[in-house]
Design a protein around this ligand. Structure first.
Ligand SMILES: *[C@@H]1O[C@H](CO)[C@@H](O)[C@H](O)[C@H]1NC(C)=O
Ligand SMILES: *[C@@H]1O[C@H](CO)[C@@H](O)[C@H](O)[C@H]1NC(C)=O
Ligand SMILES: *[C@@H]1O[C@H](CO)[C@@H](O)[C@H](O)[C@H]1NC(C)=O
Ligand SMILES: *[C@@H]1O[C@H](CO)[C@@H](O)[C@H](O)[C@H]1NC(C)=O
Ligand SMILES: *[C@@H]1O[C@H](CO)[C@@H](O)[C@H](O)[C@H]1NC(C)=O
Length: 291
């Protein structure tokens, strides 16, 4: 009469098999980094995602976007709107004043994942010799009716400029291109900040602005949909950078994880584990009837 334990034992094995198979694919390509989902075209393991975005993300304690000017913390990724919000921990915000520092992207990043048009850079405390106050004045614009005075007046951090100079030091609301073509040293403004989703900030005070940089990316069309629909994850060959559909930890296919095309050990693995699962259910039912 020691049998009551046996059904539970089999039930555990059943659960194990149900979870085993997805784990096999995920051990090749992590699909989460600290609560942020990692999907095509991104990857945090080499050979995962699209090669155009290779070496751009680093998943250590958090998810970081890697650029020549530093690693920026990724705050969110919107896969529907194809955008990613990053934060430069060294930039100033309404509450922290930090000396300027360049924001530099690689040439590939400037093309594949540039800052979105609704992200603006705010150059603060510019010297009177700054190009944006002279020859390149036209690069500065008024955004949603906001002025520098408002920034210097309402943010704890920026009030310091008022106090120290007893006037309103010049500032400039500009686009990424200005920062891209002129370094912060050339721009000659002591501090900078950046704000995103500016289209919705009309009448909203600087304390409630969204500080960070929103990047918008485009997804290369390499037929990844087909691979995902058949249960795979898109990746690439680390040597040739040609597309690979990762079906399981032990085998990759060229296009999809279906029968007949490419190598598809992944599918047969899935089928055999399904068979095993059905067998386990039968065994379980059999044991329960015996009780
Ligand atoms: C499958 O592709 C991934 C990504 O390129 C690679 O890391 C992995 O080693 C490949 N696995 C096999 C069995 O070829
Ligand atoms: C990823 O981040 C870790 C810790 O910040 C760092 O040691 C490592 O060099 C980074 N890797 C890349 C490719 O930047
Ligand atoms: C503002 O810029 C000037 C140089 O143009 C600099 O001397 C001054 O320290 C800056 N103010 C602050 C608060 O950093
Ligand atoms: C921005 O607005 C202010 C006053 O509202 C005006 O004096 C200034 O010329 C405007 N600047 C630009 C670049 O339109
Ligand atoms: C992958 O699958 C193909 C075809 O099913 C097979 O020839 C090859 O040996 C498999 N490779 C590995 C590493 O299992």
């Amino acid at each position: 009469m020691a049998t009551p334990k046996q059904p539970f034992f089999n039930f555990n094995i059943l659960i194990l098999f149900l979870f085993l198979e997805p784990l096999q694919v995920h051990s090749v390509c992590r699909n989460f980094c600290n609560n942020i989902p990692i999907k095509y075209p991104f990857g945090v393991d080499d050979g995962c995602g699209a090669p155009q975005f290779r070496h751009m993300l680093n998943c250590t304690t958090d998810l970081f976007f890697i650029t020549p000017s530093g690693n920026y913390k990724v705050q969110s990724i919107d896969y529907n709107k194809k955008s990613m919000v990053i934060f430069d921990p060294a930039m100033s915000t309404c509450s922290i004043l930090q000396p300027h520092h360049d924001f530099v992207m690689t040439d590939i990043q400037s093309v594949t994942i540039p800052p979105s048009p609704d992200t603006i850079f705010v150059l603060l405390n510019c010297s009177i010799d700054s190009p944006v106050l002279n020859h390149y004045k036209s690069l500065c614009f008024n955004f949603s009716g906001h002025s520098c005075d408002e920034l210097y007046g309402s943010c704890t951090a920026f009030k310091l400029f008022h106090l120290l100079s007893n006037s309103t030091p010049p500032c400039c609301f500009t686009s990424y291109n200005t920062v891209k073509f002129m370094s912060m040293n050339i721009l000659d403004c002591s501090h900078y900040t950046s704000v995103y989703n500016v289209d919705s900030l009309k009448g909203v005070g600087p304390l409630d602005w969204l500080y960070g940089i929103k990047l918008s990316y485009s997804v290369p069309d390499t037929g990844c949909d087909r691979c995902v629909k058949t249960g795979g994850m898109c990746g690439f060959d680390v040597e040739t950078e040609g597309m690979v559909c990762i079906c399981s930890a032990s085998n990759n296919s060229t296009i999809q994880c279906g029968a007949g095309i490419g190598m598809n050990t992944g599918t047969s693995l899935r089928q055999s584990s399904l068979l095993l699962e059905s067998f386990m259910v039968i065994v379980l039912i059999f044991h329960l009837t015996l009780l």
